[in-house]
Ligand binder design. Sequence first.
Ligand code: K2U
Ligand code: ZN
Length: 169
Amino acid sequence: MLLPILCFPDPKLHKVAKPVAVVDDRIKTLVANMLETMYDAKGIGLAATQVDVHERVIVIDVSEERDEPLVLINPELVWTSPETHLNEEGCLSVPGIYDGVQRFDAVHVRAQDLTGTARVIEADELLAVCIQHEMDHLMGKVFVEYLSPLKRDRIKKKMIKAQREEAQQ
Ligand code: K2U
Ligand code: ZN
């Protein structure tokens, strides 16, 4: 089922997610709902924090065909490249806002999959950017926090205005 996505500046987006103790049916249902929600929202990634579940679960699909879902449970960065680059980012929790964020070019992430088996994923390009963006969400961080306070305040006002208008319709 589709899950509502929290919108910045909702304070719940800043909660720190807790590790998943057991990859059980509840987590499997959560992952299925997160994937459905991500595909419906045309996103290439979604963190549990964004659907107001504060546990360390991320779903990603950067494939062209939108048919290669990646599930990261209790992800942890085990290696980051020395090189970083600036990348234009968007966020399903900050609709309509795109701006540059500095990210590692490549990362290695250790995470459990839906069977609970841990493995290391070596990522570069868009997948590396997406993983870093989603892992920030689990730490309660939204990409607009990397921007200047001036830009961030402008975005906050814009989002509040948009949400107010939406409520009035
Ligand atoms: O809100 C989210 O976490 C989904 C993000 C994931 C993402 C952000 C920046 C860069 C890569 C991934 C996006 O809203 S998904 C939308 C999107 C689609 C293609 C390219 C960039 C962003
Ligand atoms: Zn996001």
